[in-house]
Ligand binder design. Structure first.
Ligand SMILES: [Zn+2]
Ligand SMILES: [Zn+2]
Length: 419
């Protein structure tokens, strides 16, 4: 039997890689514009990092992590998300002592063992930012503006922003309590997952996608009425800044995000073309994580977006795909002598910065022309024995099939390309 790729993984073939590269280019340009610098952390970490950071009771940690014991008996996991690694590296490398406020971003592969029917990849590419060191509502707002600009620059036309506040350690316990009181008498109406969440992580019931659970939650108490003054003030400042920056958004009182660490502002970017079930990205504040990891009390906020989902949405919106690699010329040769000359010319032209290719299979003239066409070469350089005798080459423009003879000299040929 042929060996096949692991379920939930994806081979990205060259044509699609070019689409990724184009998206990654605008990603990095936009990050730089907002002052974010890239950080690269290991793909695997101690499992403990995610248990502590992402949270023991989250679906990600309890159900979806690829964890294993290495030969030294250490319990390791492939990273299911980026934030805990960035915060660990931030502390381990004392970044907070170098500059009080840090703007960091990452881009790379993440791993989650999603259920097969979800249609989601188990190895996927995520980019994200972490702004560590400021509690200003301006940063909450700026991260949303940045996220939207990146999505737009990658080519997504329609993005909806949903926002909520999940409070802080002062106001959350009382909210949990009132939610508990409300749900206790309605427990039998909830799905099995939510019955379990009632005991382990009651807030996650709020974002259950089942219609029956949504129905129950319609009259449930919302965060909005339970926020402490500090959280209320912070949230209204964020919303005010968004309005004044002309960013449209929807308040979603059920938005809690799937992670335990969020405080205050949480938000999601939704592409209507993919449906509201799945966001293309989202994030929020996590003012307690640095402290949780043994650092000083430093506030932070960040978001993460799935690259495959974004590109899928761009494709569904019908945006023209990114252009393929451009080729300046293709060298066509006729026999062994001209073929060697062609190979040497190829290398000389590349030294001059031209993007060019030739045949390596001793194919017929017709087959070589076909190959040149397939690559989309702008010109073909024909090296025949007759041309060679006169120390010339034939230069053929593929778009209109016009031909001319040029001296067989690298400089003369390059001059033709610049003309
Ligand atoms: Zn609060
Ligand atoms: Zn449910």
């Amino acid at each position: 039997m042929k060996i096949q790729k692991i379920k939930g993984t994806k081979d990205i073939l060259p044509d699609e890689t070019e689409i990724f590269l184009a998206a990654e280019k605008v990603l990095r340009e936009t990050m730089a514009k907002y002052g974010y610098r890239e950080m690269r952390t290991p793909i695997f970490e101690q499992t403990e990092l995610f248990r502590k950071g992402t949270g023991e009771t989250t679906e990600i940690v309890s159900k979806q992590m690829y964890s294993f014991t290495d030969k030294g008996g250490r319990n390791l996991s492939l990273r299911p998300e980026g934030t805990p690694s960035i915060v660990r590296a931030y502390l381990e490398n004392n970044l907070h002592k170098k500059r009080t406020f840090q703007k960091l971003f990452y881009y790379g592969k993440m791993y989650r063992q999603e259920s097969p029917q979800s249609g989601r990849l188990r190895e996927f590419q995520q980019f994200g930012i972490e702004a560590i060191g400021s509690s200003s509502p301006q940063i909450d707002t700026e991260t949303i503006i940045l996220g939207l600009e990146i999505l737009n620059n990658i080519g997504l036309r329609k993005v909806e922003t949903q926002i909520n506040s999940v409070g802080c350690e002062n106001c959350r316990p009382s909210y949990k309590e009132s939610l508990k009181n409300f749900l206790e008498s309605r427990l039998n109406l909830l799905c099995d997952d939510c019955k379990r969440r009632f005991k382990t992580n009651i807030l996650r019931i709020l974002d259950c996608k089942r219609e029956t659970c949504k129905q129950v939650l319609k009259n449930a108490p919302t965060y909005e009425n339970n926020l402490c003054n500090e959280c209320k003030d912070h949230f209204s400042k964020v919303l005010d800044l968004l309005k004044k920056s002309n960013v449209s958004f929807t308040l979603n009182p059920y938005l809690v995000r799937g992670l335990d660490y969020y405080t205050k502002t949480v938000y999601e970017f939704i592409s209507p073309i993919l449906g509201a079930q799945d966001a293309v990205g989202g994030g929020g504040r996590y003012d307690k994580m640095v402290e949780l990891f043994g650092g000083p009390s430093i506030p932070a906020i960040g978001f993460a977006c799935g690259m495959e989902r974004i590109l899928l949405a761009v494709e569904k919106e019908g945006k023209a795909r990114v252009q393929k690699q451009h080729f300046d010329c293709y060298i066509v040769t006729m026999d062994e002598t001209t073929d060697v000359k062609g190979f040497l010319l190829l290398n000389e032209l590349r030294k001059k910065g031209l993007i060019c290719e030739k045949d390596y299979l001793n194919r017929s003239l017709k087959a070589q022309m076909k190959d040149a066409n397939r690559l989309g070469a702008e010109f073909v350089i024909i090296l025949g024995s007759e041309e060679l005798r006169k120390n010339e080459v034939t230069l053929r423009r593929m778009s209109d099939s016009s031909q001319k003879r040029v001296n067989f000299s690298v400089d003369e040929i390059v001059k033709e390309f610049k003309a």
